[in-house]
Design a binder for this molecule. Structure first.
Ligand SMILES: [Zn+2]
Length: 385
């Protein structure tokens, strides 16, 4: 326990020291999202909700006060010198100005005095939940994401009693439950590729084929969309977190200004980039949370590698030169917000004429789907248990 804390403290000293010269500069809040995790009674979720902030640069979080309001605890956090990047972001902040859910409520606002910044006041029932947050740095250290999590104490107590078999705790079904998320859709075309191809259509065709293959293998499959419909990123995360799923796989197609770019890449949140910070939890619960997140992130990374390898092996017999752009780190919302192991596949570049034509071909789509399905099967065989 002591070791973990000293690690956390030294990380913050390190990050503060690194940003000394930027200490008087305004940091832009690029977006903020709230996921309430309203799960059904037969589903257990480790979280009762989370709030995700994306900042342009490294951002400090101060805990200003902790006080009691009746049975509830109130914690006031402050992001010094943070400011909404533009009116769109200001609207996002205003939409979350006053949120109340089962067992907790929070207020979010931009303030000018005594110091410019963004204030987050969380009031919650400590018998039902504990607050913790994590700071995630991208490799380039330009972007910082901060995730506040409302941890479900009921779930933590079950974990404490049953050990690490988290996956089988989340729902009653005996089959593994997998979410297939076909990127974009409806009003959102995603990338526009060569030959008039739209990303949303490629993603959906492949995703439907993956779902079909997984169902044949006995999996319980849920899709965030099954047609050309508009779904926000937060709606996808809420859907996944409310369903008690064991795994989340998102399918996208790439696009680049340089039309020679080709190849396959898979993203996940990498454990080494995530730094857990202060929590309103006792040390036993905090340990469980830290273990759980560490295990989830390791599984996410392993899932990304499994998908990448299986797709390459499945596609190369029909397209020998499929370029391996590797499994990589990303802090995309569907990966940060979901509570189960998750990865995002970029199946290829529709901005490249030859790759676009392949991705639009039904046979190639079926092979891609088979590769993704094999990656998921391999994950459950080798990694999940
Ligand atoms: Zn996309």
């Amino acid at each position: 326990m002591v070791k973990k804390y000293s690690y956390i403290v030294s990380f913050f000293i390190f990050s503060v020291a690194m940003n000394m010269q930027a200490a008087t500069q305004i940091n832009s809040l690029k977006s903020v999202y709230y996921h309430p995790s309203e799960h059904a009674a037969d589903v257990k979720s480790i979280e009762l909700g989370n709030i995700i902030f994306y900042f342009e640069a490294a951002q400090r979080v101060d805990l200003l006060s902790v006080d009691k309001v009746g049975q509830h605890e109130r914690r006031t956090f402050f992001f010094p010198l943070a400011q909404a990047k533009n009116d769109d972001v200001r609207n996002m902040v205003e939409e979350l100005a006053n949120i109340s859910s089962k067992g907790y409520s929070f207020k979010l606002e931009e303030v000018e005095k005594p110091l410019k910044g963004i204030r987050l006041v969380i009031q919650f029932d400590p018998a039902l939940m504990g607050i913790a947050y994590e700071v995630i740095e991208s490799y380039d250290l330009v972007k910082t994401s901060i995730v506040f999590r409302f941890n479900n104490k009921d779930f933590l107590n079950t974990l404490r009693n049953k050990g690490d078999h988290v996956l089988r705790l989340t729902h009653n079904s005996h089959k593994p439950r997998v979410i297939i998320d076909c990127g974009h859709g409806g009003d959102d075309d995603g990338a526009l590729g060569c030959h008039g191809i739209k990303e949303k259509d490629i993603n959906l065709n492949i995703g439907i084929a993956v779902a079909y293959l997984l169902k044949k293998k006995g999996f319980d499959v849920l899709m965030t969309r099954i047609a050309d419909e508009t779904k926000t990123l937060s709606e996808r995360v809420n859907f996944a977190n409310s369903s008690g799923a064991d795994l989340f796989v998102s399918i996208h197609s790439n696009s680049a200004a340089n039309d020679t770019a080709v190849g396959l890449e898979t993203f996940s949140v990498v454990p080494s980039c995530v730094h857990q910070a202060t929590a309103s939890l006792d040390s036993v619960h905090l340990d469980l949370i830290l273990e759980h997140h560490k295990s989830r992130l390791k599984k996410s990374r392993a899932l990304a590698h499994s998908l990448q390898a299986s797709i390459l092996t499945t596609i190369r017999p029909i397209h020998e030169n499929l370029r391996d752009r590797k499994a990589k780190q990303a802090v995309l919302l569907v990966l940060l917000g979901t509570v189960m192991p998750s990865a995002l596949v970029e199946v290829g570049f529709i901005s490249n004429p030859a790759e676009a034509a392949r991705l639009n071909n039904k046979r190639y789509q079926r092979h891609m789907a088979l590769g993704i399905c094999r990656g998921i099967l391999n994950y459950f065989d080798e990694i999940a248990s």
